[in-house]
Design a protein around this ligand. Structure first.
Ligand code: ADP
Ligand code: ASP
Ligand code: MG
Length: 415
């Protein structure tokens, strides 16, 4: 059994869906679980619907209409007007519209999940109908009833013990199964989401529960490259990397793999293929245990929109365990993830993603005990397997704010 995952970039238009059909046709006699994301930038668009809904703004209807138009345009290019896919997709949009007609509860993360989860439900319906129309026999599943999570809305954790029997019961029959990535459900039946870009993780979690032979995530790139080609166009493909290397890359922010994806696969030694959606015959990159040591080129990871926060105790005490533990308790409370930290005698600096709301709440909470300064619009660049030349290249004309070098990794905060 294999797991295939198709992301938003692959499913961004009618041609993308046709290409999924071409790929799946080659596997139609096999045991395959297909995981799909929302189409194109639908999740971002649904986040706008959610924001307007929470703000009680009438703009929520316009935002929803745009998403509808996008999907119905794709339906019009793929299906005859008489196809019942139109009715089915309309039914999902009706449910979503009914939802945004209600008054939001105070649990805004819960509300987020009830709205944003529609992206995957709708895209999977469209893919299902398209594959059927291409003669492929398959079963569509609502993963919210099978992948059981806790109620930590917006960042829900999969409850493996509860999910494994359900997943096995439904997906064990040989054939083609289709379900949604990124979403799950609580035991009470409420929709949850696993954190942005979480579909890769769904694929890995299913592979773990089903003891799959391999996972393939189909992307709009030739595989895992030594940099994001949007930033460094001459980036080269890595043919194979270890689980450990992939975890490091994802941890530092390489967008091509979601950070939680690798661990379940590593635990069961299931290889992960990252393959080019546009050239399915090409090998892509494999992530697995490797016996031989392979030489890797410098690998660049850029994180933009960083803010460097410098925290100084008001009582002029040194930065020590008690201060640091207090600072981290505030960070945890405000769900702020630290990308890099540095300490001196009287100041503790952290580099985090810029999020105005979280930052303000954090500053407000800290202000009685600490003086806090911050500097925005910074970039955090990580180079794995760095060379002097690679460091020079990324610095260019930028001003270095922090430079941190370890045996395999160089990290720079630059302005
Ligand atoms: P999807 O959501 O469709 O699965 P993503 O957009 O999440 O795909 O991931 C693919 C994108 O990741 C590519 O378009 C590429 O710009 C970006 N990317 C960032 N770092 C890398 C890297 N090291 N190798 C390949 N792609 C990368
Ligand atoms: N659709 C979700 C997102 O855009 C999940 C995913 O694509 O992995 O975050
Ligand atoms: Mg993605």
């Amino acid at each position: 059994m294999q797991i295939f995952k198709f992301g938003g970039a692959s499913l961004k238009d009618a041609q993308g869906i046709e290409r999924v059909g071409t790929i799946i046709k080659q596997y139609q006699n096999e045991h395959l679980v297909i995981v799909v994301s929302a189409m194109g930038k639908t999740t971002n668009a649904l986040e706008w619907v959610y924001r307007y809904y929470i703000e009680n703004s009438i703009q929520k209807y316009e935002a929803l209409q745009e998403i509808k138009t996008f999907h119905f345009n794709i339906l019009n290019s793929l299906f005859k007007q008489t196809d019942n896919v139109f009715q089915e997709v309309q039914t999902w949009f009706n449910k979503l519209e009914q939802k945004i007609n209600t008054t939001p509860s105070s649990n805004i993360d819960f509300e987020y999940d009830q709205i944003v989860s529609y992206g995957e439900l709708i895209s999977s319906k469209i893919v299902e109908h398209y594959l059927r129309s291409a003669g492929i026999v398959l079963t569509w599943w609502d993963i919210r009833r099978l992948l059981i999570t806790d109620a930590n809305y917006k960042e829900a954790s999969v409850l493996f013990d509860k999910s494994t029997p359900k997943i096995n019961q439904c997906f064990q029959t040989k054939g083609i199964h289709l379900c949604q990535g990124f979403i799950g459900g609580t035991e009470m039946g409420d929709s949850t989401t696993l954190g942005r870009e979480g579909s890769d993780y769904t694929a890995a979690a299913l592979a773990y529960m089903l003891n799959a032979n391999a996972v393939t995530i189909w992307k709009d790139v030739p595989g895992v490259l030594n940099a994001d080609p949007r930033i460094i166009p001459e980036a080269v493909k890595l043919d194979k990397i270890t689980y450990k290397e992939a975890i490091e890359l994802a941890y530092y922010g390489a967008q091509v793999i979601h950070p939680k994806t690798i661990k379940p696969l590593q635990n069961k030694n299931i290889p992960l293929w990252v393959k080019p959606f546009l050239a399915p015959q090409e090998a892509g990159t494999v992530v697995q245990n490797l016996n031989e040591k392979i030489a890797l080129p410098p690998i660049f990871i850029y994180k933009y929109h960083q803010v460097l926060i410098s925290i100084m105790p008001k009582d002029f005490s040194f930065i020590a365990e008690n201060n640091i533990s207090l600072i981290f308790s505030y960070l945890a409370k405000h769900k702020i993830k630290v990308n890099l930290m540095q300490q001196s005698a009287v100041s503790f600096s952290i580099c985090v993603d810029y999020d105005e709301r979280k930052l303000n709440a954090f500053l407000q909470a800290m202000k009685n005990q600490f003086d806090v300064l911050y500097n925005t619009d910074l970039t955090l660049i990580t180079i794995r397997h760095y060379t002097d030349e690679a460091i020079k290249k990324v610095i260019g004309n930028n001003k270095i704010i922090i430079k941190e070098i370890s045996r395999k990794t160089a990290r720079l905060v630059v302005k």
